[in-house]
Design a binder for this molecule. Structure first.
Ligand SMILES: Nc1ncnc2c1ncn2[C@@H]1O[C@H](COP(=O)(O)OP(=O)(O)OP(=O)(O)O)[C@@H](O)[C@H]1O
Ligand SMILES: [Mg+2]
Length: 301
Protein backbone atom coordinates (compact mmCIF):
# COMPACT_ATOMS: atom_id res chain seq x y z
CA UNK A 1 0.00 0.00 0.00
CA UNK A 2 1.24 3.45 -0.88
CA UNK A 3 0.69 6.20 1.65
CA UNK A 4 -1.92 7.97 -0.50
CA UNK A 5 -1.86 11.49 0.88
CA UNK A 6 1.88 11.68 1.33
CA UNK A 7 2.36 10.58 -2.25
CA UNK A 8 -0.02 13.18 -3.56
CA UNK A 9 1.61 15.89 -1.49
CA UNK A 10 5.01 14.84 -2.71
CA UNK A 11 3.82 14.69 -6.27
CA UNK A 12 2.67 18.28 -6.07
CA UNK A 13 6.02 19.24 -4.66
CA UNK A 14 7.70 17.25 -7.40
CA UNK A 15 5.67 18.80 -10.15
CA UNK A 16 5.54 22.20 -8.47
CA UNK A 17 1.97 22.27 -9.78
CA UNK A 18 0.43 25.66 -10.18
CA UNK A 19 -3.29 25.14 -9.77
CA UNK A 20 -4.23 28.29 -11.71
CA UNK A 21 -3.31 26.63 -15.02
CA UNK A 22 -6.41 24.99 -16.45
CA UNK A 23 -7.16 23.22 -19.69
CA UNK A 24 -9.29 25.19 -22.14
CA UNK A 25 -12.68 23.54 -22.73
CA UNK A 26 -11.54 23.12 -26.35
CA UNK A 27 -8.09 21.74 -25.43
CA UNK A 28 -6.94 18.87 -27.63
CA UNK A 29 -4.29 16.27 -26.97
CA UNK A 30 -0.85 17.34 -28.18
CA UNK A 31 0.14 15.52 -31.34
CA UNK A 32 3.83 15.14 -31.93
CA UNK A 33 5.73 14.03 -34.96
CA UNK A 34 9.11 15.82 -34.66
CA UNK A 35 8.85 17.30 -32.15
CA UNK A 36 10.05 20.86 -32.81
CA UNK A 37 9.90 23.38 -29.94
CA UNK A 38 9.53 27.11 -30.61
CA UNK A 39 9.65 30.07 -28.26
CA UNK A 40 8.22 33.09 -30.09
CA UNK A 41 9.14 36.41 -28.44
CA UNK A 42 8.23 35.05 -25.00
CA UNK A 43 7.78 37.52 -22.18
CA UNK A 44 7.09 36.42 -18.66
CA UNK A 45 6.85 37.71 -15.11
CA UNK A 46 5.91 36.08 -11.81
CA UNK A 47 5.13 39.51 -10.35
CA UNK A 48 3.92 42.29 -12.66
CA UNK A 49 6.53 44.71 -11.35
CA UNK A 50 9.45 42.52 -12.34
CA UNK A 51 9.79 41.12 -15.84
CA UNK A 52 11.91 37.94 -15.93
CA UNK A 53 11.88 37.07 -19.64
CA UNK A 54 11.89 40.12 -21.89
CA UNK A 55 11.37 38.65 -25.36
CA UNK A 56 13.02 35.27 -25.85
CA UNK A 57 12.91 33.50 -29.24
CA UNK A 58 14.55 30.22 -30.18
CA UNK A 59 13.86 26.91 -31.85
CA UNK A 60 14.88 23.39 -30.92
CA UNK A 61 14.77 21.29 -34.10
CA UNK A 62 13.56 17.69 -33.84
CA UNK A 63 16.08 15.44 -32.11
CA UNK A 64 18.52 18.29 -31.43
CA UNK A 65 19.88 19.67 -28.16
CA UNK A 66 19.80 23.33 -27.16
CA UNK A 67 21.75 24.31 -24.05
CA UNK A 68 20.85 27.35 -21.98
CA UNK A 69 23.57 28.93 -19.88
CA UNK A 70 23.88 32.19 -18.02
CA UNK A 71 24.28 33.79 -14.62
CA UNK A 72 22.18 32.75 -11.64
CA UNK A 73 18.72 34.34 -11.65
CA UNK A 74 18.85 34.94 -15.43
CA UNK A 75 15.58 33.01 -15.97
CA UNK A 76 16.92 29.64 -17.16
CA UNK A 77 14.75 27.41 -14.94
CA UNK A 78 11.84 29.72 -15.71
CA UNK A 79 12.14 28.69 -19.37
CA UNK A 80 11.87 25.01 -18.36
CA UNK A 81 8.84 25.74 -16.17
CA UNK A 82 7.08 27.53 -19.03
CA UNK A 83 7.76 24.64 -21.39
CA UNK A 84 6.23 22.22 -18.88
CA UNK A 85 3.43 24.74 -18.48
CA UNK A 86 3.63 25.31 -14.76
CA UNK A 87 2.90 28.88 -15.85
CA UNK A 88 1.55 30.51 -19.00
CA UNK A 89 3.60 33.08 -20.90
CA UNK A 90 2.67 36.71 -20.34
CA UNK A 91 3.21 37.60 -24.03
CA UNK A 92 4.34 35.70 -27.10
CA UNK A 93 3.87 31.96 -27.41
CA UNK A 94 5.46 28.55 -27.06
CA UNK A 95 4.63 25.85 -29.59
CA UNK A 96 5.43 22.18 -30.02
CA UNK A 97 5.03 21.04 -33.62
CA UNK A 98 3.03 24.20 -34.24
CA UNK A 99 0.55 23.67 -31.40
CA UNK A 100 0.35 26.44 -28.80
CA UNK A 101 0.84 24.98 -25.32
CA UNK A 102 -2.27 26.85 -24.16
CA UNK A 103 -4.42 24.92 -26.67
CA UNK A 104 -3.43 21.40 -25.65
CA UNK A 105 -4.30 19.31 -22.60
CA UNK A 106 -1.80 19.40 -19.76
CA UNK A 107 -1.92 15.61 -19.48
CA UNK A 108 -0.85 15.08 -23.06
CA UNK A 109 1.83 17.78 -22.77
CA UNK A 110 3.33 16.24 -19.66
CA UNK A 111 3.17 12.75 -21.12
CA UNK A 112 5.32 13.99 -24.00
CA UNK A 113 7.95 15.70 -21.83
CA UNK A 114 10.44 14.16 -19.46
CA UNK A 115 11.54 16.71 -16.91
CA UNK A 116 14.60 16.33 -14.73
CA UNK A 117 14.44 19.33 -12.41
CA UNK A 118 17.31 21.18 -10.75
CA UNK A 119 16.31 19.88 -7.32
CA UNK A 120 14.76 16.45 -7.61
CA UNK A 121 12.28 15.53 -4.89
CA UNK A 122 11.92 11.78 -4.49
CA UNK A 123 8.83 9.96 -3.22
CA UNK A 124 8.92 8.66 0.30
CA UNK A 125 8.94 5.08 -0.97
CA UNK A 126 11.44 2.51 -2.26
CA UNK A 127 14.15 3.52 -4.68
CA UNK A 128 12.67 1.00 -7.16
CA UNK A 129 9.28 2.74 -6.97
CA UNK A 130 10.99 6.05 -7.60
CA UNK A 131 12.38 4.72 -10.88
CA UNK A 132 9.20 2.83 -11.82
CA UNK A 133 7.18 6.04 -11.50
CA UNK A 134 8.48 6.95 -14.97
CA UNK A 135 6.30 4.18 -16.40
CA UNK A 136 4.09 2.46 -13.82
CA UNK A 137 3.85 -1.26 -14.51
CA UNK A 138 7.31 -1.51 -16.10
CA UNK A 139 8.99 -4.87 -15.52
CA UNK A 140 11.81 -5.33 -13.00
CA UNK A 141 14.18 -5.87 -15.89
CA UNK A 142 13.19 -2.59 -17.54
CA UNK A 143 13.62 -0.77 -14.23
CA UNK A 144 17.06 -2.24 -13.72
CA UNK A 145 18.12 -1.46 -17.30
CA UNK A 146 17.03 2.18 -16.92
CA UNK A 147 18.95 2.49 -13.65
CA UNK A 148 22.06 1.03 -15.26
CA UNK A 149 21.82 3.40 -18.21
CA UNK A 150 21.51 6.29 -15.76
CA UNK A 151 24.72 5.13 -14.03
CA UNK A 152 22.93 4.48 -10.74
CA UNK A 153 22.29 0.71 -11.07
CA UNK A 154 25.51 -0.45 -9.48
CA UNK A 155 24.99 1.90 -6.56
CA UNK A 156 21.44 0.60 -5.98
CA UNK A 157 22.56 -3.02 -6.18
CA UNK A 158 25.28 -2.37 -3.62
CA UNK A 159 22.63 -1.48 -1.01
CA UNK A 160 21.66 -4.34 1.32
CA UNK A 161 17.99 -4.08 0.28
CA UNK A 162 18.75 -3.11 -3.30
CA UNK A 163 15.75 -1.69 -5.17
CA UNK A 164 13.56 -2.17 -2.08
CA UNK A 165 15.62 0.30 -0.04
CA UNK A 166 13.32 3.01 1.29
CA UNK A 167 14.19 6.59 0.34
CA UNK A 168 13.40 9.29 2.85
CA UNK A 169 13.73 10.40 6.42
CA UNK A 170 14.74 7.16 8.04
CA UNK A 171 15.72 5.35 4.89
CA UNK A 172 18.42 6.10 2.49
CA UNK A 173 19.81 9.59 2.22
CA UNK A 174 20.85 10.23 -1.35
CA UNK A 175 23.31 12.88 -2.48
CA UNK A 176 22.21 15.49 -5.01
CA UNK A 177 24.05 13.68 -7.81
CA UNK A 178 22.45 10.32 -6.90
CA UNK A 179 18.98 11.84 -6.74
CA UNK A 180 19.44 13.42 -10.13
CA UNK A 181 20.53 10.08 -11.58
CA UNK A 182 17.43 8.39 -10.11
CA UNK A 183 15.38 11.11 -11.85
CA UNK A 184 17.27 10.42 -15.08
CA UNK A 185 16.58 6.67 -14.72
CA UNK A 186 12.89 7.48 -14.25
CA UNK A 187 12.96 9.60 -17.39
CA UNK A 188 14.76 6.92 -19.42
CA UNK A 189 11.98 4.51 -18.41
CA UNK A 190 9.34 7.05 -19.42
CA UNK A 191 10.95 7.42 -22.84
CA UNK A 192 9.55 10.88 -23.64
CA UNK A 193 10.09 12.50 -27.05
CA UNK A 194 11.05 15.81 -25.39
CA UNK A 195 13.53 16.10 -22.60
CA UNK A 196 14.07 19.05 -20.27
CA UNK A 197 17.03 18.79 -18.06
CA UNK A 198 17.96 21.33 -15.43
CA UNK A 199 21.41 20.35 -14.24
CA UNK A 200 22.05 20.56 -10.52
CA UNK A 201 24.34 23.48 -9.76
CA UNK A 202 26.17 21.84 -6.90
CA UNK A 203 29.82 21.10 -7.47
CA UNK A 204 30.49 17.53 -8.54
CA UNK A 205 33.71 15.59 -8.46
CA UNK A 206 35.14 14.59 -11.83
CA UNK A 207 33.94 10.97 -11.67
CA UNK A 208 30.37 11.90 -10.71
CA UNK A 209 30.37 14.49 -13.47
CA UNK A 210 31.46 11.85 -15.98
CA UNK A 211 28.79 9.41 -14.74
CA UNK A 212 26.07 12.02 -15.01
CA UNK A 213 27.31 12.99 -18.46
CA UNK A 214 27.00 9.37 -19.71
CA UNK A 215 23.53 9.21 -18.17
CA UNK A 216 22.55 12.38 -20.01
CA UNK A 217 23.97 11.19 -23.29
CA UNK A 218 21.89 8.01 -22.94
CA UNK A 219 18.66 9.87 -22.30
CA UNK A 220 19.08 12.76 -24.77
CA UNK A 221 20.13 10.76 -27.84
CA UNK A 222 17.61 11.42 -30.66
CA UNK A 223 15.29 13.34 -28.36
CA UNK A 224 14.44 17.02 -28.68
CA UNK A 225 16.33 18.30 -25.65
CA UNK A 226 16.56 21.53 -23.71
CA UNK A 227 19.34 21.38 -21.17
CA UNK A 228 20.08 24.06 -18.64
CA UNK A 229 23.76 23.54 -18.32
CA UNK A 230 26.29 24.42 -15.69
CA UNK A 231 29.05 22.18 -16.93
CA UNK A 232 31.34 22.54 -19.87
CA UNK A 233 31.09 18.84 -20.76
CA UNK A 234 27.35 19.22 -21.38
CA UNK A 235 27.41 22.39 -23.47
CA UNK A 236 30.27 21.39 -25.76
CA UNK A 237 27.98 18.77 -27.31
CA UNK A 238 24.94 21.02 -27.74
CA UNK A 239 23.74 21.88 -31.25
CA UNK A 240 23.11 25.45 -30.14
CA UNK A 241 23.92 27.33 -26.94
CA UNK A 242 21.84 30.26 -25.72
CA UNK A 243 23.47 32.63 -23.27
CA UNK A 244 20.69 34.15 -21.22
CA UNK A 245 21.36 37.37 -19.36
CA UNK A 246 18.90 39.70 -17.74
CA UNK A 247 15.91 38.16 -19.54
CA UNK A 248 17.44 38.39 -23.04
CA UNK A 249 19.45 36.00 -25.17
CA UNK A 250 22.76 37.87 -25.12
CA UNK A 251 24.72 35.44 -27.32
CA UNK A 252 23.93 32.29 -29.28
CA UNK A 253 25.88 29.77 -31.32
CA UNK A 254 27.96 26.65 -31.00
CA UNK A 255 30.67 26.29 -28.40
CA UNK A 256 33.63 27.17 -30.65
CA UNK A 257 31.76 30.05 -32.30
CA UNK A 258 30.97 31.56 -28.91
CA UNK A 259 34.53 31.12 -27.68
CA UNK A 260 35.74 32.94 -30.79
CA UNK A 261 33.40 35.85 -29.98
CA UNK A 262 35.30 36.35 -26.75
CA UNK A 263 32.22 37.68 -24.96
CA UNK A 264 30.21 36.63 -21.93
CA UNK A 265 30.29 32.93 -22.85
CA UNK A 266 34.06 32.90 -23.33
CA UNK A 267 34.52 34.59 -19.96
CA UNK A 268 32.26 32.04 -18.21
CA UNK A 269 34.01 29.02 -19.65
CA UNK A 270 37.53 30.28 -19.28
CA UNK A 271 36.79 30.76 -15.60
CA UNK A 272 35.35 27.28 -15.34
CA UNK A 273 38.24 25.73 -17.25
CA UNK A 274 40.72 27.31 -14.85
CA UNK A 275 38.78 25.89 -11.88
CA UNK A 276 38.70 22.41 -13.46
CA UNK A 277 42.41 22.52 -14.22
CA UNK A 278 43.15 23.54 -10.65
CA UNK A 279 41.06 20.59 -9.40
CA UNK A 280 42.84 18.16 -11.72
CA UNK A 281 46.21 19.50 -10.62
CA UNK A 282 45.21 18.89 -7.00
CA UNK A 283 44.13 15.32 -7.81
CA UNK A 284 47.41 14.63 -9.62
CA UNK A 285 49.26 15.97 -6.62
CA UNK A 286 47.42 13.61 -4.33
CA UNK A 287 48.18 10.64 -6.59
CA UNK A 288 51.69 11.56 -7.66
CA UNK A 289 53.63 13.85 -5.32
CA UNK A 290 56.88 13.57 -7.37
CA UNK A 291 55.09 14.67 -10.52
CA UNK A 292 53.86 17.73 -8.71
CA UNK A 293 57.37 18.71 -7.62
CA UNK A 294 58.57 18.47 -11.24
CA UNK A 295 55.62 20.39 -12.63
CA UNK A 296 55.62 22.78 -9.73
CA UNK A 297 59.07 24.08 -10.59
CA UNK A 298 59.03 24.83 -14.30
CA UNK A 299 61.58 27.63 -13.97
CA UNK A 300 64.26 25.18 -12.92
CA UNK A 301 63.92 22.98 -16.04
N1 LIG B 1 7.86 31.46 -8.07
C1 LIG B 1 8.53 32.62 -8.20
N2 LIG B 1 7.98 33.81 -7.81
C2 LIG B 1 8.64 34.98 -7.96
N3 LIG B 1 9.88 35.08 -8.47
C3 LIG B 1 10.49 33.95 -8.87
C4 LIG B 1 9.86 32.67 -8.76
N4 LIG B 1 10.69 31.73 -9.25
C5 LIG B 1 11.80 32.39 -9.64
N5 LIG B 1 11.67 33.72 -9.43
C6 LIG B 1 12.67 34.76 -9.78
O1 LIG B 1 12.87 34.75 -11.19
C7 LIG B 1 14.23 34.95 -11.52
C8 LIG B 1 14.69 33.84 -12.45
O2 LIG B 1 14.66 32.61 -11.73
P1 LIG B 1 15.17 31.26 -12.36
O3 LIG B 1 14.90 30.19 -11.38
O4 LIG B 1 14.58 31.09 -13.72
O5 LIG B 1 16.75 31.54 -12.48
P2 LIG B 1 17.91 30.60 -13.04
O6 LIG B 1 18.49 31.27 -14.24
O7 LIG B 1 17.42 29.21 -13.21
O8 LIG B 1 19.01 30.66 -11.86
P3 LIG B 1 19.97 29.50 -11.27
O9 LIG B 1 21.15 29.44 -12.20
O10 LIG B 1 20.36 30.04 -9.95
O11 LIG B 1 19.22 28.22 -11.19
C9 LIG B 1 14.98 35.00 -10.20
O12 LIG B 1 15.27 36.34 -9.90
C10 LIG B 1 14.04 34.42 -9.19
O13 LIG B 1 14.19 35.00 -7.94
MG1 LIG C 1 17.73 27.44 -12.21
Amino acid sequence: MRQGLTDIEEMFKLLDQSPEIEDKPTAKPLEVSGPVIRFNDVKFHYDPDREILKGVSFEVPAGKTVAIVGPTGAGKSTISRLLYRFYDVTEGSITIDGQDLRDVTQNSLRATIGMVPQDTVLFNDSIGYNVEYGRPGASQEEIHDAAKMAQVGEFIESLPKGYDTPVGERGLKLSGGEKQRVAIARTILKGPSILILDEATSALDTKTERDIQSALDAVSANRTTVVIAHRLSTVIKADEILVLRDGHIAERGRHDELLAKDGLYAQMWNRQREATEAEEQLLRTANDPDGFVKRGMPAAE
